[in-house]
Ligand binder design. Structure first.
Ligand SMILES: [Zn+2]
Ligand SMILES: [Zn+2]
Length: 273
């Protein structure tokens, strides 16, 4: 349950940041958009809590097959953080390149706004899409499930702070860490910005694997998804891409094409309406 408790404990800080930004920089907010974000956050948290009831026993079962005995120490916790951030990079990159995972992740990108409340805009479908599969290597290496879910929660908590337009570039920090500037690029659909900066906490992975793009002063970020969803209905936001994915899968002829729809590069549900 650690993941829920950590995010719950931090929620007063999240509320303070959202309130400050809302009062001082009203123009980056749209009330209906932020209300949708809040509803989506609650739906996501509820789904995660239920999923953990099943996932924890499964992860403890998997833990019995671990390759090493990893003792808790400063070094091993640092190692867990580094490995999880590395795996998060691949989870996030896969979420943009594999339609099945994008169907869940698109929720986070489907707003044309960018503010602290955008961080809450998440899909309740992540457990079903299989985000947890990406943490399985950590369990098999020998990190216990509580440590794994704790670093997952801390990584997600860090990412709250990169969802803002009110923080400019942060000097040397930009070189190593994911920052508001890097993450604005990630949420933008401009040419050269799309499918870039998949980082959780460390931006080094994007630089290592060729997915890094710098925010340019003369290229204002255009936020959202290609085609734009234009809905503040949490149900529509959550399920539009799943509906489109399943429909396209059924109309595709032959197993090869069906698999391509499910696991190939996502196509836009909104463009095809
Ligand atoms: Zn993304
Ligand atoms: Zn984001």
């Amino acid at each position: 349950m650690s993941i829920e408790i950590i995010l719950l404990a931090l929620s007063p800080i999240f509320v303070i940041f959202v309130s400050y930004e809302f009062i001082k920089f009203r123009r980056v907010y749209d009330i209906k958009d932020s209300l949708a974000n809040t509803a989506l956050a609650l739906m996501h948290q509820a789904a995660d809590a239920i999923a953990l009831l099943v996932l924890m026993p499964f992860f403890y079962w998997l833990y019995d097959f671990r390759l090493f005995e990893v003792e808790l120490s400063i070094i091993s916790v640092f190692g867990a953080f580094l490995l999880q951030d590395f795996l998060y990079y691949w989870f996030h990159k896969a979420s943009h390149h594999i339609h099945w995972l994008w169907a869940a992740h698109v929720v986070h990108h489907s707003s044309t706004k960018m503010n602290f409340s955008t961080a809450f805009r998440q899909s309740l479908m992540y457990p079903l899409a299989g985000m947890w599969v990406f943490w399985m290597p950590m369990i098999l290496i020998g990190f216990d499930p509580v440590t794994v879910f704790t670093v997952v929660a801390l990584n997600l908590a860090y990412q709250f702070f990169v969802h803002t337009q009110i923080v400019n570039k942060l000097g040397w920090f930009e070189k190593v860490f994911n920052t508001p500037s890097h993450h604005r690029v990630h949420h933008a659909i401009n040419e050269g910005y799309l499918d870039k900066n998949f980082a959780g906490v460390l931006i080094i992975w994007d630089k290592m694997f060729g997915t890094y793009a710098e925010e340019e002063a003369d290229k204002t970020c255009k936020y959202g998804i290609i085609g734009q969803l234009n809905s503040n209905n949490p149900i529509t936001i959550t399920f539009h891409q799943w509906h489109y994915l399943i429909k396209t899968m059924f109309t595709a002829k032959g197993i090869k094409l069906k698999l391509k729809v499910l696991f190939g590069y996502p196509t836009s549900s909104v463009k095809h309406k």
